[in-house]
Design a protein. Sequence first.
Length: 127
Amino acid sequence: MPNRAVIQTEQAPRAIGTYSQAIKVHNTVYLSGQIALLPDTMELISNNIDDQIRQVFTNLAAVCEAGGGGLNNLVKLNIFLTDLGHFATVNEIMASFFEQPYPARAAIGVKSLPKDAMVEMDGIIVV
């Protein structure tokens, strides 16, 4: 098994299950899914999709930084939405967090997410 390091930061919500915020193997960091939890309270920021999307990107950014990179190091991003009608909103907000070239990406409609979140994202960064 390759040498791997656990990535942990207090700037993002702690894991709420049997997983790590991220795992680093060589120069690749595999990010666990993030929902719109506030790190301090572990509660959803709000029931507003715009707020949730922004908080998810903020949480992902914190884990990326703890792993030695940033959002622009993302090479793959997976977005899980409970309503694919929010796809355009994700694109609009994502443009304010990223610079080109944008990561490869998938957007997937799901029935439900933990804590009744409306959006979850995970990804892979290379540092």
